[in-house]
Design a protein. Structure first.
Lengths: 86, 395
């Protein structure tokens, strides 16, 4: 499926804003992303498996607030990161 | 062991080679380099442009062999924290594959999360590849592979006394409670010190497996019990490189000195001018003389402005282990200079005379080539400076 990467994380993806990843849940998709782009998951998900405070993950039009949200091969996963702050 | 005897047993030769200042800022890292005259500086950077960099440290074990290994503690805006490593003095960097992180707790429990790594310390010379990191909230982490993977030091982080020692969020600094001043005894890799804001100073004799509070004599004027066993607000602790039984501490409640094996800190800031006081964040030590230390006092009155008292910035130096202090303000603004210098942002190099350096939250980098006798601004308009480390690069 397609995963949209916000600009602060594109250093991991070779500046690509859209990459392919596999999995049947958000957790699996993020694990697959981390296999291809080592380190990217920890910047979004903390050591207690919580989505970091200013990260939002959407599956199509719905926000995924937990890592066990199911996804299908035709879904789009969209990762947002707040750019607030000075 | 007396400080004098210890000092004699260790090398006191001035350093050779070029001097580098490793400057960590809220928006990236910079490296300033000069020859031994330290008259002209050239800059490399920004590195990690736009990222928050809390500390950049050169590995002295690598440097002694002509290497150029740096570790940097970074985070990016709202993204999680990580550690970066360079083997070519910052030209290229590689990220840790397992950055410092607290152990995951079972579902339903509230686990701790590392907000940022604040402090990096190379391990003992006998343990190449070992590094320590202190974090916010308070945590101690150890790497045994040059910073590639980090493990929680369970003896501290999972200690049954952890919550009591570290207090709650309300006991920390405005940007979170911190572990800093991670110190490894150069004579003994098992002997560690850490300090916390808040929490105080702790000592381990077994490589971090167990810890003992080391706060006797240190005031905590914000607590009901003024001299508690722990809970003090240590701002910065330094161990003298040539006399490793001598410790200096800049605390929320004054300036202190401790000579081991003693366990009672002596407040040496009481001899500071009353109008200036002995509040501040950093403390820097002379590379050879254990009786010499510099502080950069700040206004700790009323709401704690944390700026130079009266808008007149100055360092103060003691040459006699705190019996007297001398103001050092030549070259600094005579008025309307509202400097804030953070706990990691003041240091000395190993030359003779020693260079002394500090960076301000207003993005100015100041240097003295004569042990504080005269100051010059060597960079301005930088982002907020978090840390300055002076190193001598081996040829």
């Amino acid at each position: 499926m397609k995963v949209f990467i916000p600009t602060p994380l594109r250093a991991y993806t070779g500046d690509r804003g859209e990459v392919e990843a596999a999995g049947t849940t958000i957790a699996e998709v993020l694990a697959d992303l981390d296999r291809h782009f080592p380190g990217i998951r920890f910047r979004m998900i903390d050591e207690q498996d919580a989505v970091r405070r200013h990260i939002r993950i959407w599956v199509n039009q719905d926000e995924a607030r937990a890592l066990d949200v199911p996804v299908g091969p035709t879904d789009q996963v969209i990762i947002f990161q707040a750019l607030s702050g000075g | 062991m007396s400080a004098a005897r210890t000092a004699q047993s260790r090398s006191t030769k001035p350093a050779a080679g070029t001097v580098a200042l490793l400057v960590a800022t809220r928006k990236g890292a910079f490296i300033y380099r000069a020859d031994r005259s330290r008259r002209a500086w050239r800059v490399a950077g920004p590195m990690f442009f736009g990222h928050t960099v809390h500390h950049v440290v050169l590995d002295p074990r690598s440097n002694a062999q002509g290497g150029r290994t740096l570790l940097a503690a970074t985070r990016t805006g709202h993204l999680g924290p990580t550690i970066m490593r360079s083997t070519d003095l910052g030209r290229t960097w590689k990220e840790a594959s397992r950055p410092p992180a607290f152990p995951k707790v079972p579902a339903g429990q509230k686990g701790r999360v590392v907000d940022h790594s604040l402090w990096l310390t190379p391990g003992n010379a006998a343990e190449p590849g070992v590094w320590y990191s202190g974090t916010s909230p308070q945590g101690l982490f150890r790497s045994e592979d040059d910073g590639a993977t980090w493990s929680s030091v369970a003896g501290f982080n999972d200690n049954p006394m952890y919550a009591a020692w570290t207090g709650g969020e309300q006991d920390g600094t405005p940007d979170g409670p911190k572990m800093h001043s991670v110190i490894v005894d150069p004579r003994d890799a098992r002997h560690l010190y850490v300090a916390m804001s808040s929490g105080g100073v702790f000592e381990s004799l077994d490589r971090g497996a167990s810890w003992t509070p080391l706060n006797q004599g240190v005031l905590a004027d914000f607590l009901p019990e003024k001299y508690p066993e722990y809970g003090q607000d240590a701002h910065c602790v330094r161990l003298h490189p040539a006399a490793p039984d001598v410790l200096y501490q800049q605390n929320h409640c004054g300036i202190y000195r401790l000579e081991r094996p003693g366990t009672v800190w002596q407040r040496i800031g009481t001899r500071m001018p009353r109008k200036v006081g002995d509040v501040g964040f950093p403390i820097a030590l002379h590379p050879r003389d254990p009786a010499t230390a510099w502080v950069f006092p700040m206004d700790g009155s009323t709401v704690w402005p944390r700026t130079s008292p009266g808008g007149k910035p100055a360092a103060y130096v003691t040459r006699n282990a705190g019996r007297t202090w001398r103001r050092q303000d030549a070259g600094l603004p005579e008025s309307q200079g509202w400097f804030t210098v953070k706990r990691q942002a003041m240091c000395a190099d190993a030359n003779d005379p020693a260079g002394v350096y500090f960076g301000t939250t207003g993005g100015e980098l100041w240097a003295s080539r004569d042990e504080g006798g005269k100051w010059a601004c060597i960079a301005r308009h930088l982002p907020e400076i978090y840390a300055v480390e002076a190193v001598e690069l081996a040829r």
